[in-house]
Write a protein that binds this ligand. Structure first.
Ligand SMILES: Cc1cc2nc3c(=O)[nH]c(=O)nc-3n(C[C@H](O)[C@H](O)[C@H](O)COP(=O)(O)OP(=O)(O)OC[C@H]3O[C@@H](n4cnc5c(N)ncnc54)[C@H](O)[C@@H]3O)c2cc1C
Length: 651
């Protein structure tokens, strides 16, 4: 390892390797791994306790399946019910290579689209496994009774999402996440009733307990009583979702946060590609200074809605008065093969560009139209209502405009995080015994996630991958109780208590929310849709001083021995203030543009994103060395044997 930090402020360590992915033909790797994995005898499974943090689609499906297999599961979430996890918000659908439409889809095509869509920054082995498992997920969910939309003949219906030319997205109106989560929750409830899952809602994990190099427990706080407690197990699974809320304004649920993954990172789990965040092109534009949340309009709307802005700058006529020939359907013009269904990164940048040119619509010119007039004329209002009714209703309620008669206004917003804890093919982090699944890990989407593939990944991880790989880890470590008086336990509990106490005792004059907002605005400006060397350096200068100010001026009323949402918020913001710095450093070091990471300095002569495969064909796995201390970068080289990196083209 280079012992001195380089000019950007980090050190370079040994490369990191995924030692679990088998070699051989990609289509056989998952079978090979499952066959090589050691098994735990069914009668022995009840001796093992697995702690699962999170009850969204990833955690819910994992908890239910592991309990069904016979393990003892102890599970946690901070909501009042496991079925209120953020996954419930997912609208548009879930991909699967079923090829029910006979439109040329296949496992290989889903694999190809996902590697290409991720701009060649994901592992082939993982993505191929994901495509294979996608077909099993639909069968699993249908068997559970998930009410996917069906077409007239009774077959499951599908629609298209960005970055693909087939129709492979299964959906349940605009409530796909909710219906899938109810399916997982039913399975979980059954295990809770059977006594195989011990559920702890309104309980927040605040630290990881590592004993002799292995994850053996967690420290949690009961959000109602304030009690700080410990739980022990043979393995810990983090299914704690993404960190998009570091930006303050995002489409994520207000409570989504990075605390679990960040605290695990502080205990030794590498954090991969933190700067790979996804901006979603179809969100309702921000309406004012005091807004605390953004709302997504599902990508499925791009199946039938047409995106346009006026051709002339500053044209502020109402949309109905702008004649067809004076409109610029800029996606259809620039990308005729994919039209309005280009991938999210491309659609987002194009929207930003037309707004930067002064052709944006709505207040402040920060919006583009998503227009259903043609679809209504073609299909009739009733058919549009049937397909998208609840989304239209939501838009109408939020904006007080009628999207059936006036085009929707949309603008890009932070939506998803492709970065997360580094995991190997088994979904194990660099801390043995600590696994990360769903949006919490970095595994399958590279630099840009294609629509409808997060639900696919979360459920693949929870229902299929983890239940097959976790047993291998457990079988290799005999079951033994954790010595509860181990110094590592005391140290973790003390560190949680002292952090909470510090937050309560600052007694400052600024709310946690105000720090969060300032940090979010800084990140959106400098590490958002477009990034520059100068801007990222500016952010890297400001974040440590904002952090210092936070610990000097934050105001947290109340005590720790009660329900105290200010304390919860301040604790989460304190982690955001550390994670944000790593995100900016990761963005600064990656001087290429790829996927959702658009470096202004790295463009083709046509102004499109320019990747640099020579220098950056790797996942960046960062090791923590202390707050504010230079982190260590471990590179995992990416090898492409099947989908060869090319300049992405959707024209
Ligand atoms: C508005 C919206 C619409 C979307 N639509 C789609 C779509 O149509 N298709 C698609 O594929 N993807 C979609 N996505 C993305 C997708 O919903 C998410 O990526 C996915 O649901 C994440 O699931 P998860 O199980 O990993 O995490 P989550 O659902 O976020 O669950 C996290 C769980 O972890 C718990 N948790 C977190 N931290 C702690 C802690 N410290 N202690 C205890 N518990 C903790 C929470 O309580 C929760 O139970 C959408 C996202 C948004 C925001």
């Amino acid at each position: 390892m280079n012992t001195h930090p380089n000019h950007l402020g980090y050190r370079t360590g040994e490369p990191v390797r995924d030692t679990k992915a088998p070699s051989g033909p990609v289509a056989g790797r998952w079978d090979a791994r499952r066959f090589e994995a050691k098994l735990v005898n069914p009668a022995n499974r009840r001796k093992y306790t697995v702690l699962v943090v999170g009850t969204g689609l990833a955690g819910g499906s994992a908890g239910a399946t592991l309990a069904e297999q016979g393990y003892r599961v102890v599970q946690f979430c901070y909501q009042d019910s496991p079925r209120r996890a953020h996954s419930i918000a997912a609208q548009g659908g879930i991909n699967a290579a079923k090829n029910y439409r006979n439109d040329g889809d296949s496992v290989h095509r889903l694999f190809y689209d996902t590697v290409k869509g991720g701009d060649f920054r994901a592992r082939e082995s993982n993505v191929h496994r994901l495509a294979q498992i996608s077909v099993e997920i639909i069968d699993q969910c249908v068997a559970q009774g998930v009410p996917f939309a069906r077409e007239y003949g009774g077959l499951l219906d599908t629609r298209s999402f960005g970055g693909v030319q087939v129709s492979r997205t299964f959906y349940a109106r605009g409530q796909t996440g909710q219906q899938l989560l109810l399916g997982a929750y039913q399975a979980l409830s059954r295990q809770m009733s059977a006594g195989n899952v011990e559920m702890h809602p309104r309980t927040e994990m605040l630290d990881l307990i590592v004993i002799d190099g292995r994850a053996r427990g967690i420290v949690v706080r009961d959000l109602v009583t304030g009690d700080v407690d410990t739980y022990f197990g043979d393995a810990v699974v983090l299914a704690t979702g993404g960190y998009g809320n570091v930006f303050h304004l995002s489409t994520n649920a207000k409570n989504s946060n990075a605390t679990a993954v960040w605290r695990a990172h502080r205990r030794g789990a590498y954090f991969a590609n933190p700067c790979f965040t996804q901006i979603h092109p179809t969100c309702i534009p921000r309406s004012g200074e005091h807004q605390s949340k953004l709302t997504l309009m599902s990508e499925s709307l791009r199946n039938d809605g047409r995106i346009w802005v006026p051709k002339a700058r500053g044209d502020d006529r109402p949309p109905a008065q702008i004649p067809h020939e004076e409109r610029d359907y800029y996606l259809e013009r620039a990308y005729p093969a994919f039209g309005n269904l280009v991938p999210r990164d491309i659609a987002s940048r194009a929207a930003k560009n037309v707004c930067d040119e002064g052709r944006g619509v709505g207040p402040g010119g920060q919006g583009v139209y998503l227009d259903f007039a043609d679809a209504i004329a073609r299909m009739g209002r009733e058919a549009v209502e049937e397909k998208y009714g609840n989304l239209f209703e939501m838009y109408g309620r939020i904006t007080a405009e009628d999207p059936y008669t006036t085009p929707m206004r949309i603008y890009p917003a932070i939506h998803y995080t492709m970065g997360g804890l580094w995991v190997d093919y088994d979904l194990q982090t660099t801390v043995p015994g600590l696994f990360a699944i769903g949006e919490a890990n970095f595994s399958d989407h590279g630099a840009n996630r294609l629509g409808a593939s997060a639900l696919m990944q979360g459920l693949a991880d929870g229902y299929f991958v983890l239940p097959a790989t976790l047993g291998d880890y457990l079988a290799r470590h005999s079951h033994e109780d954790v010595p509860e008086n181990h110094p590592a336990v005391g140290e973790a509990v003390d560190s949680v208590n002292s952090r909470l106490q510090s937050l309560l005792s600052v007694g400052g004059d600024r709310s946690p929310e105000s720090f969060h907002k300032e940090l979010g605005e800084l990140l959106w400006d400098e590490c958002g849709m477009a990034r520059t060397d100068t801007g990222l350096r500016k952010a890297l200068e400001r974040i440590p001083s904002l952090r210092e100010e936070f610990w000097r001026r934050v105001s947290v009323p109340g005590t720790g021995e009660q329900l105290n949402q200010s304390l919860e918020k301040a604790n989460r913001v304190s982690d955001h203030l550390e994670l944000a710095e790593l995100m900016c450093l990761d963005a600064l070091h990656r001087t290429e543009s790829c996927g959702g990471h658009f470096r202004e300095e790295s463009r083709t002569p046509q102004g499109e994103a320019r990747r640099d495969d020579e220098e950056f064909s790797y996942a960046a796995a960062w090791e923590h060395t202390g707050t504010g201390a230079p982190p260590v970068l471990h590179k995992e080289d990416l090898v492409f044997q099947y989908v060869h990196p090319t300049q992405r083209s959707y024209a």
